[in-house]
Design a protein around this ligand. Sequence first.
Ligand code: FES
Length: 378
Amino acid sequence: MFHQLRVAEVCPLTDDSVTISFEVPDELRAAYWYAPGQHITIRRQVGGVEIRRTYSLCDPVPADPIPGASATGSASGPRPAPASGPVPGASRGPARLRVGVRLVEDGAFSTYALKELLAGDVLDVMTPAGRFVLEPRPGRFAAVVGGSGITPVLAQIGTVLAREPAAGFCLIRSDRTAASTMFLEEVADLKDRWPDRFQLVSALSREDRRSGLPSGRLDADRLVTLLPALLPVSAVDAWFLCGPLGLVGAAEHALNALGVPRSRVHQEIFHVDEVPAGPAAAGPTSGGGTVRVTLDGRGGSWPSAGGESVLETVLRNRSDAPYACKGGVCGTCRAKLVSGEVRMDRNFALEPEETEAGYVLACQSHPVTPVVEVDFDA
Ligand code: FES
């Protein structure tokens, strides 16, 4: 669900990135409760066209308990994260939300955010969502991140180390240069605050430095050698991979080669190229089928036009259908396939357990059977 939120601050982070802070009015705080690692979607009209972008929340989940309040998400808030539920004591929700935005070449929203957006402006912001979540719990955790992929992991580290004294975190980050590294100081502060429980390893692909790893890209071969030298790989309870597709794919490959079970690896991809339009993206049915939907407790049944995705069919009839990237990356359009069969063009958002449980990305799903039924509430 979208609400209008006022921009409290736009702060430069590097030459090509900023943080945007939003004020959350008291009456909406419960709706904007988030789990560490979740994101928000921002909606804006540009030249008469609606654009949506997802950005991860970077601050630790605030400890802001209301005496006697139960730690459950709001009915109008995010769909629940998959793990153990909201952080105890955080049920009131944040008074501010902060995201990091890096300038993308020709990026319709990032250009606006860096060059025009000012404190006091108002934007449409969706309640937090996403399953790239680390609930505070005892254990050893690690992340491999690249570029702006640090953003959700920053929230995870800050939350888990503050709330769970028996947790440790190893962060391996890859950036181009020190000057282009987002949240450089905030990560250094975490290191100062928890020197024993937070291990930081930085790799710069285009710059040599006195400390840290030698320059160069972190590819799969390098990670296979590097990771066991940094930490006991098999003792890590959960891995979080976030950043460009190339780095996340390399880290996943390396962890697989090192024998890490896939169930311990969580990933979130940033920056995936657009899917070319045309026959390759078209579905195997030529239209005439039916898409049945449950969305926010209401049902609907509509004809699908040839080649369109399940999300497109739904959006023609229900403008409140959830989506952001339409590219198979953010997972906002996740729905459960109740009956029928679909073919997904691509999936960078759902974990294998989710697809095995019948979840699909509506934006990437094309009906294969004449009738397809999906449930966005499941
Ligand atoms: S809208 Fe982002 S994965 Fe479908």
